[in-house]
Design a binder for this molecule. Structure first.
Ligand SMILES: C[S@@+](CC[C@H](N)C(=O)[O-])C[C@H]1O[C@@H](n2cnc3c(N)ncnc32)[C@H](O)[C@@H]1O
Length: 280
């Protein structure tokens, strides 16, 4: 392939050309200072390393999975989980304005891989509570399933799970984990761009997800159509834009949106809410 003139000239220029080397050195130093400054608001945050999640004969070790999957040193992975090097807020806050778009952020985020690793490992009782709401072998959608902790745990309990997340990196991590734990037959990874199956699920889990969506009416329509009559939607009510979650959205009226699809609040448990789709 022909190189265009400018690129060909760059190819033949050896580093360091003094002016460019200065620009690189100063740019790196300013970026490093910016990175450290953006961590300041979160300096008191403490995130514990997630313990191994034991479900039946399965032992899900998300920390070791991350070390093996990323190829990063264990200490670096622990620091990323603890949100000490960078975190999902600093990644969001560092985005140039042209790139500050929800879809692109979640699709390409590297920090969410570590942020979501702690979920469910730090609260295994939630998995028991979810399982108690379902019939044996029920088909469940883990919408915005993150690192896949819930999907794996539900699969280990014998449920049929569809996992879906916009994040390319997390979906790939999930693919790795399924293979590592031999659960490929029980979990399907849905393409983020594909239609959801209609009338398919006994439950849709959307934990810490709905507040991340700028187009909630569209997603609610999709989720509602994918639920069977009598099916459950499980969610967490965390709509609020805060320093902890600058990328969140305020509630555009979730309850009303769900009501349009015959989905009403059934009960509020300490860790999540349960909504139910009634018959037409
Ligand atoms: C706070 S995390 C929660 C992840 C997981 N449910 C958990 O509890 O660990 C929010 C997740 O929603 C995903 N997400 C954001 N927008 C999405 C969309 N439009 N469709 C599917 N997933 C999305 C993000 O990539 C991220 O993994």
């Amino acid at each position: 392939m022909e190189l265009n003139g400018t690129f060909a000239a760059l190819q033949s220029t050896r580093l360091p050309a003094s002016r460019d080397a200065t620009a690189v050195a100063v740019g790196r130093s300013l970026a490093e200072t910016g990175r450290r400054l953006l961590l300041v608001p979160y300096r008191r945050e403490r995130v514990e390393l997630p313990p191994v999640l034991v479900v039946g004969e399965h032992r899900f070790d998300v920390v070791d999975d991350l070390v093996e999957f990323t190829g990063l040193p264990p200490e670096t992975v622990r620091s990323l989980i603890a949100r000490r090097i960078e975190n999902f807020r600093t990644e969001w806050l560092q985005l140039p304005d042209e790139l500050r778009d929800d879809r692109w952020f979640y699709l390409s985020s590297r920090t969410y891989l570590f942020a979501n690793a702690v979920h469910f490992h730090d609260a295994p009782q939630s998995i028991d509570e979810i399982a108690q709401l379902l019939s044996p072998g029920a088909r469940v959608l883990d919408f915005g399933g993150g690192t896949g902790n819930l999907s794996l745990a539900l699969a280990a309990r014998g449920f049929r799970v569809d996992y879906r997340d916009l994040s390319a990196l997390q979906a790939e991590f999930m693919r790795y984990r399924l293979q590592r734990y031999g659960l490929q037959d029980r979990v399907e990874i849905l393409d983020s761009w594909a239609e959801l199956p209609s009338d398919a699920y006994a439950a849709v889990c959307a934990f810490d997800v709905l507040e991340h969506l700028p187009d909630l009416p569209r997603v609610v329509r999709q989720i509602a159509a994918s639920l069977r009559e009598g099916g459950l939607l499980l969610d967490t009510p965390t709509f609020a834009i805060t320093i902890a979650n600058p990328m969140h959205h305020e509630d555009p009226g979730l309850e009303g949106l769900l009501a349009e699809h015959r989905i009403a609040l059934e009960q509020t448990l300490p860790a999540f809410r349960v909504w139910k789709k009634s018959s037409a």
